[in-house]
Write a protein that binds this ligand. Sequence first.
Ligand code: NAD
Ligand code: MG
Length: 394
Amino acid sequence: MNSLTILGSTGSIGLSTLEVVRNNPGKLSVFALAANTNVDLMLEQCIEFKPEFALMVDPQAASLLQAKLKPLQLDTEVLTGSDNMCVLASDDKTHTLVAAIVGAAGLSSTLAAAQAGKKILLANKEALVMSGQIFLDQVKAHGAELLPVDSEHNAIYQSLPLDYQQGYLHKNIRDYGVDALILTGSGGPFLKTPLVELTEKTPEQACNHPNWSMGQKISVDSATMMNKGLELIEACWLFGVQPDFIEVLIHPQSVIHSMVRYCDGSILAQLGAPDMKTPIAHCLGFPQRIHSGSAHYDFINGPAFEFTAPDYQRFPNLKLASEAFAYGQEATTVLSAANEVHVAAFLRKQIQFTAIAELNAKILEKYQPSAVSDIDSILQIDQYARVLATEGLS
Ligand code: NAD
Ligand code: MG
């Protein structure tokens, strides 16, 4: 039995993971769940999955959960605080950590799992974008296993040979005849919106993704294509390449989840319905296959596939991400932190949609290079960028 700790269990990825658990009785069990504030959903999850631990980062939410669990006489112990997430992530009973917290808040616990040599299912792309080489060094040094849940990276991983997949962080992708990675993206809800109308777009419109149902932050990132920018950086780290080895391709139907082009002209792809249960089940079962519960893709009745090149005037964040990667590790930390602040400001209607990318660019211009050698300096740079970005809002 593979016992899971799911950090971010009340979010979109958390819920999809629990659906896969539900579809695989006897193979997967839940050791611990963690979330921020959603007590009612956590209570339902405790009743159904009976974890040993349920953690609410917010102390008030933890007290409320405790009070609601008491009359039910469940054995679940309630914890609070971010430090305890690290404790759960590295507990002996955690066989697999599902890193599904959104944003920088997920870094420390994911790192703790790496240092404890766990199997890590990485959904939280911001953690990798922030910490890049330092995080990967910890994964390698402690013999942890890192599997990409993000659908594009999971598709690329699945399209590479088994020999590469096993221990891929220690291997060179060019030794396997790979010429390029083709990262597909839908282009989000504003792919065809006239440019002059973009300033007026609301959080509700930005979060209304045509194909995927996701949390608010990643939905806004998909609309600005910062999501693809973060994924470009994520792919560079995971597969040990530079941005010029990656071609971004707009594919509005989100059926081809990404591809690998080989030197003989072959292109291998992974396809399927846009449903995160598929990459999650792939990672949970790897190297075997398990049922995900996602619907079979119907080619006959599905839409025709379209492809276009990305438009950097419409999606300046995409260019910014690749420039930040070229600057170096600190620049991607700065960009990711500033973007979190600006997306939150857009969601509370403090800034316009187009201001997200404009302000991200301003913060990146202001950043002064400094050497990062450990996770503490990464966290300091993250804080510095947040302060700069917050000051820029007033
Ligand atoms: P979401 O907003 O739906 O859920 C976020 C989860 O994180 C919630 O459980 C919330 O309680 C928890 N959380 C938020 N702030 C926290 C904090 N400070 N401390 C502890 N927990 C906190 O987000 P999501 O869409 O599930 O995305 C999660 C991560 O997975 C993101 O990094 C996203 O980029 C990545 N991802 C998501 C999808 C998707 O389809 N949703 C696809 C690929 C990658
Ligand atoms: Mg993705």
